[in-house]
Design a protein around this ligand. Structure first.
Ligand code: AMP
Length: 113
């Protein structure tokens, strides 16, 4: 489905674009700043991407840092998240980095903590 956003078939609020990555606001934000960074080429998840093209994974992370800078949250702090598999609640099968920040974030890990 993120391939459709990359192709412009599904609208998104794009905040950053490089040759091989696209960053857009999450439709259901979990923090004041919640942006997703995807490789424009399709890879199933972060592990697959790391194995297939580690340089592209580095570009996704670098774009995430650029997003944090543009959002003004480098000093206050931010969190990078890759969800993989059902226990992590992963819903979209196109590798994507969550960039979360802009306010104090909760703890993460086991449910109820
Ligand atoms: P994950 O649980 O890691 O697979 O995260 C998928 C994320 O994609 C969720 O945070 C959704 O809110 C977000 N999402 C789903 N559809 C869209 C969309 N069309 N535009 C922006 N974000 C989306």
């Amino acid at each position: 489905m993120f391939c459709d956003i990359v192709a412009g078939k599904i609208p998104a609020t794009v905040v950053n674009k490089t040759d091989r990555t696209l960053a857009f606001r999450d439709i259901n934000p979990q923090a004041a700043t919640h942006v997703l960074v995807v490789p424009t080429e399709h890879h199933e998840d972060a592990g697959v991407l790391a194995a297939a093209d580690p340089g592209l994974l580095a570009e996704v992370l670098t774009a995430g840092v650029e997003v944090a800078r543009a959002e003004g949250i480098v000093e206050t702090g931010y969190r990078f998240v890759f969800n993989t598999g059902p226990d992590a609640g992963r819903t979209v099968f196109h590798a994507h980095l969550h960039v979360l920040g802009g306010e104090q974030l909760g703890l993460f890990g086991r449910l109820g903590r």
